[in-house]
Design a protein around this ligand. Sequence first.
Ligand SMILES: Nc1ncnc2c1ncn2[C@@H]1O[C@H](COP(=O)(O)OP(=O)(O)OP(=O)(O)O)[C@@H](O)[C@H]1O
Ligand SMILES: [Mg+2]
Length: 329
Amino acid sequence: MGLSAAELQAALPYALQRVDLPNLGPKREGKVREIYEYEDSLILISTDRISAFDRVLGVIPFKGQVLNQLSAWWFEQTRDIVPNHLIAVPDPNVMVVRRANPLPVEVIVRGYITGVTRTSLWTLYAQGERRPYGIPLPDGLQKNDPLPYPILTPTTKAPSGAHDEILTREEILNRGLVSKDLWERIEAIALALFQRGQERAREAGLILVDTKYEFGLIDGELVLIDELHTPDSSRFWLAETYARGREPESYDKEFVRAWFAARGYRGDGAPPTMPEELIVAAAARYIAAYERLTGQPFVPGEQPAVTRIARHLERFKEEFLMPVSRRNK
Ligand SMILES: Nc1ncnc2c1ncn2[C@@H]1O[C@H](COP(=O)(O)OP(=O)(O)OP(=O)(O)O)[C@@H](O)[C@H]1O
Ligand SMILES: [Mg+2]
């Protein structure tokens, strides 16, 4: 299973930077995904862009496909917990979803105390904070220790370019970001999703360390949106490398984030250029995470991806998105 280093090396020139499909109307560009609106749906195209420190740092071949197909897989696995936005996967890099009104809160669940960024639990704890996100923590925790139980550490969903800010439950309710009833449901759903994710990860020899969920409302109904339990939205550790006092191998963005951090880059100014070895190693980890979690071999989509995506979306539009009145002619 997986792809060889030589295959990944050969794929470097094809890594998916951007996708422009003017036929689909105006495009909104996220850090990682290209977004087109179509009536009540969104077409989410996952590129191979990698972001960290709230910046795009380069491209990793097949990352977009891994993210898209892994999210789709998890959405199917968790339908019994909460409805989600997924409608169809017309291409390995594309998801058609129901458009929601996103709630202004990012719901982060953490099973371990770790991280190197400003809002990370370990960063705050190491600075002496014992009530990060309003949650009391005991003295004596070490980096990467499990928490007594998984905790929610919500942040604001900052507009493009801005940094997310830490929230507590009280602030969410007092600021009226989400109503009390809805927030209580979100907390319960987020913890249930996290438990499901941790169970599956354990079977796959991984540890789901922490993750981020986004929710939205569609016709007043609470729906899980965005991506789910991917190496972009989550930290995964290789279980066999986890031990107190050492850094576990990570199967997520932390791997790339650490390389930049080691060069003193924290998101300001032009990022250093990733060497090919780092890119290939990161691609291999993304693919390995996909294969371990889904138990399915990763089958790379035909390259170059842009023409393939355009073709698949044309076909999808013909078959599914055309107005019903014109369909049977
Ligand atoms: N069903 C949905 N309805 C509305 N918005 C959605 C839905 N699913 C995902 N989104 C939004 O689409 C965007 C996905 O793009 P991407 O992940 O590349 O952006 P980002 O880098 O996370 O954030 P930003 O948009 O601030 O750059 C996110 O802003 C996400 O909130
Ligand atoms: Mg995102």
